[in-house]
Design a binder for this molecule. Structure first.
Ligand code: NAD
Ligand code: UDP
Ligand code: UDP
Length: 310
């Protein structure tokens, strides 16, 4: 079972699970997801999708849950911050309750945002983070932190097989053109010949992981023995400034777009780069798709999408 199945990462995960011969139940309330992301899977005899909001109880049968339901882009998770926090907290309680009842393993899609605006240049799982609990990003960051607490306490209190991965910025086909995150924004702006909007001075950094690599990491984590709980960082540890990303995308699209500055959003982390030593040793995992290749595939996706009438 995959919650958030109609979203960007969820749809890729469903596709990969079906390719491997599993029966898959996708659950989504279509808050930020879209049916279009699942269009190619709907006819698959082993796939079923259910419209459901995970803040409500859910009684189904499953042996493995990937809990990905949650808006992930700042503009979307800040649109209805109370709902975002409910999705992380009430949603986690319901999915953990379900996992407990049926004896399923459950993998939580946590985030590098639990580290907040980090002090260490490279963030390892041992770092506890620096999060503003009352800022505009807190509905997401603190929600994901509370979900990690719930996953840890269901393991301690009920012996549940809970697993946490902390996902760093991931990109690829099936992001929404209006998603608001940096890779999709810059590519769509470049393809439309619109100005590329850099927030702040553009010297803030991120490290971008292509979606197929991320999905591989999620699967490997789900197959670890019951005693493995994480958290485990999953990301591509090649750090790049936002300005360099913009220049890269302008070159790769051959766009005539100019670069413009926009105000830096509140609490925007200045740096972010994963330490993936644990993922390497525990899961034998590391990314295989470099930024150039991943961006080129993503640009191809958006080029086709923007040329297709809705
Ligand atoms: P997304 O917005 O494309 O997908 C999230 C999906 O969850 C959407 O289909 C949405 O409709 C669904 N959803 C939201 N609230 C729900 C609810 N209450 N009940 C049922 N469904 C609900 O985002 P994504 O990038 O695919 O992210 C998937 C997960 O991975 C999220 O939990 C996100 O926090 C996490 N994550 C993603 C990234 C990234 O860079 N993409 C980084 C860190 C963590
Ligand atoms: N729950 C669910 N599906 C199930 C079992 C439980 O959605 O198959 C929800 C239910 O709403 C419950 C929550 O998960 O309140 C937590 O379940 P748990 O058994 O941990 O605690 P309870 O609240 O039942 O004591
Ligand atoms: N960003 C930007 N222009 C945009 C969108 C985002 O400069 O049009 C910046 C944003 O301020 C942040 C970085 O790009 O510093 C990554 O933003 P995103 O929303 O993709 O993810 P997150 O901040 O959650 O890592």
């Amino acid at each position: 079972m995959v919650t958030g199945a109609a979203g960007f990462i969820g749809s890729h995960l469903c596709e990969r699970l079906l390719d491997e011969g599993h029966e898959v139940l996708g659950v989504d309330n279509y808050y930020t997801g879209s049916r279009r992301n699942l269009a190619d899977l709907l006819a698959h005899p082993m796939f079923e999708v259910m419209r459901h909001d995970i803040t409500m109880p859910l009684y189904v049968e499953t042996d493995l849950i990937f809990n990905l339901a949650c808006p992930a882009s700042p503009i979307h998770y800040q649109r209805d911050p109370v709902q975002t926090l409910k999705t992380s907290v009430h949603g986690a309680i319901n999915m953990l309750g379900l996992a407990k009842r049926v004896g399923a393993s459950i993998v939580q899609a946590s985030t590098s945002e639990v580290y907040g605006d980090p002090e260490p240049a490279v963030q390892a799982e041992s770092y506890w983070g620096r999060v503003n609990p009352i800022g505009t990003r807190a509905c997401y960051d603190e929600g994901k932190r509370a979900a990690e607490t719930l996953f840890s306490d269901y393991r301690r209190q009920h012996g549940s097989d809970t697993k946490i991965v902390r996902i760093f910025n991931t990109y690829g086909p099936r992001m929404r053109p209006d998603d608001g995150r940096v890779v999709s924004n810059f590519i769509v702006q470049a393809l439309r010949g619109e100005p590329i909007t850099i927030y702040g001075d553009g010297v803030q950094t991120r490290a971008f992981c292509y979606v197929s690599d991320l999905v591989e990491g999620l699967l490997r984590m789900s197959r670890t023995p019951g005693e493995v709980s994480g958290p485990v960082n999953l990301g591509n540890p090649v750090e790049i400034t936002v300005r360099a990303l913009a220049e890269h995308i302008i070159a790769a699209t051959g766009s005539a777009s100019t670069i413009v500055s926009r105000p830096l959003p509140e609490d925007d982390p200045r740096q972010r780069c994963p330490d993936i030593s644990l993922a390497k040793s525990l899961l034998g995992w590391e990314p295989t798709v470099d930024l150039e290749t991943g961006l080129s595939r993503t640009i191809d996706y958006f080029r086709t999408l923007l040329a297709t009438p809705v």
